[in-house]
Design a protein around this ligand. Structure first.
Ligand SMILES: O=C(O)[C@H](O)[C@@H](O)[C@H](O)[C@H](O)COP(=O)(O)O
Length: 256
């Protein structure tokens, strides 16, 4: 069953960080010399990651960054220094501060970005970019996926509503979205099969702007919403980290 945890900041950040570290430790119990494979989204998650894993003095020393392999569950097809790039936001928000944290050298994670040389190409180059990113994915299930939830119920770049229903039926692990309703229109996204195979999926969603969609996801269980669909197909290892404002209109679920 899907688990829901509701906290106000700063406890919210702390609990998200603890969940991530728990997933990390489980991965290293399984294979101490292996890698911890994580997929992250963009949006507000990046600031939460900074606060939990870089700024938090208790959690930060427990992160074994050199063994982390980080992928983007979705990415905008733009240059990496474009303000719309999720990689760019993660570099600025987490990697750069991490490398300057404290007075010692911090070895960072391995981060998988899209092939920037293809972003200005035509459809063929874009397909190549998607295929290349897909080929980079680990040959085993992701240890952890950290997902956002848009006010429309999208996650990754899997959007709801009629013109985008095809996204929910995709079989390939990474897909090209050329008509995203949220700009920029050209994106890549993980698809449901990758999410379904992951060992741990955690949604991170805060704020009153999420109230209506939380009601749709949890009370109405509207499966046309990619977020609700993930709850239904991968429920046993899906957690939601929300704050009381986001969950205010949900009546059928009491957070733990
Ligand atoms: O490309 C995107 O649209 C974002 O990466 C997106 O998937 C994000 O995760 C959600 O929109 C939630 O964003 P917030 O957490 O900022 O509300």
């Amino acid at each position: 069953m899907v688990k829901v945890y509701s906290y106000k900041r700063p406890e919210f950040v702390r609990r998200v960080g603890q969940h991530i570290l728990q997933a990390q430790d489980v991965a290293f119990e399984r294979d101490p010399q292996g890698s911890f494979t994580v997929g992250i989204s963009g949006g507000s998650l990046i600031k939460t990651l900074y606060e939990a894993l870089v700024a938090d003095k208790e959690l930060a020393p427990r992160v074994k960054w050199p063994q982390w392999h980080i992928y983007f569950v979705d990415e905008r097809i733009v240059p990496l220094d474009d303000p719309d790039s999720n990689y760019g936001a993660f570099k600025k928000g987490v990697l750069d501060p991490l490398s300057h944290n404290g007075d010692h050298l911090n070895l960072g994670p391995t981060v998988y970005a899209i092939n920037e040389s293809l972003v200005h190409g035509g459809p063929e180059e874009k397909e190549k970019l998607v295929q290349e990113y897909s080929d980079l994915l680990p040959g085993k299930p992701f240890d952890l996926l950290l997902l956002g939830c848009g006010p429309d119920g999208h996650t990754c770049s899997l959007f709801p509503d009629a013109p985008h229903e095809y996204l929910l039926g995709l079989k390939e692990p990474v897909a090209y979205v050329h008509d995203s309703p949220k700009p920029p229109s050209d994106r890549i996204t993980f698809t449901l099969p990758v999410i379904q195979r992951a060992r741990d999926v955690a949604f991170v969603a805060e704020g009153s702007a999420k109230q209506d969609v939380m009601h749709e996801i949890f009370d109405k269980k509207d499966l046309s919403l990619p977020t609700a669909r993930i709850n239904s197909i991968a429920g046993d290892y899906v957690s939601w980290f929300v704050d009381p404002a986001a969950f205010e209109k949900v009546t059928s679920v009491v957070p733990e």
